[in-house]
Design a protein around this ligand. Structure first.
Ligand code: ADP
Length: 208
């Protein structure tokens, strides 16, 4: 099927950089009935020597967002690729979006493609703790955008000035605030408690 044909039932993982969207998204994405799509991974999968790959690095290494038009175009292609290769089955999986939308303009563009069932807003009041987490993962994941504290701080500024307003685009009833500190197991439990009821009646049993 083409992504232009039907709205994809989606769950948004939202929150500041370093708050654990990727960690939790990867785990939830292993549960049958979910397909995890992280735009950071999508971008990092680009060939660094290709034009798009260079474009991505130009922005991410400065802590800036990739322009909306390019982001949404790539996202569409990527989702279509997941459908075409049967990695994502729109009739039985919720698309778990991690890292998109990151601006109100992206949220508007995505309105043509997705039906949002729930939004998980992961929150951590302590930005210094987030910065420490990101510096630690920079070495492990080979992420130049996390290695430099100035760049990390820029990403927080961008979150506040460009990304935070994304929440205003959606019905507040869809938004579930989940505390992102404490044990990963507890955070996972709280995420599942928030999203599972919102999926009820939207999909068949994925295991048949
Ligand atoms: P984190 O998990 O720390 O929030 P990501 O891995 O999601 O970071 O993203 C890494 C970088 O990729 C971002 O700093 C940004 O440059 C780019 N990026 C990811 N998603 C988007 C998006 N939706 N719009 C624009 N740029 C994006």
């Amino acid at each position: 099927m083409s992504i232009m044909e039907a709205k994809l039932k989606s769950i948004l993982l939202f929150g500041q950089p370093g708050v654990g969207k990727g960690t939790q998204g990867t785990i939830v994405g292993r549960v049958p009935g979910f397909c995890h799509l992280a735009t950071g991974d999508m971008f990092r999968g680009l060939d660094r020597d290709s034009e798009l790959g260079r474009e991505f690095l130009k922005y991410s290494t400065q802590g800036l967002l990739v322009p909306d038009e390019l982001t949404c175009r790539l996202w569409r292609q990527y989702v279509q690729g997941l459908i075409d290769t049967n990695k994502y089955l729109p009739g039985s999986d919720a698309l778990l979006l991690d890292g998109i939308p990151r601006s109100p303009a992206q949220a508007k563009t995505l309105d043509d493609h997705i039906e949002v069932l729930a939004i998980v807003h992961l929150v951590c009041a302590d930005e210094e703790e987030l910065i420490q987490r990101m510096k630690r993962r920079a070495d492990i994941q080979n992420r130049p955008d996390d290695a430099d504290e100035t760049v990390i701080r820029r990403r927080f500024e961008v979150f506040h000035s460009e990304t935070a307003a994304v929440l205003d685009h959606y019905d507040p009833k869809l938004i579930h605030t989940v505390t992102a500190t404490g044990s990963p197991g507890k955070i996972l439990l709280n995420i599942l408690n928030a999203v599972i009821p919102s999926m009820e009646g939207h999909f068949g049993n994925p295991l048949g």
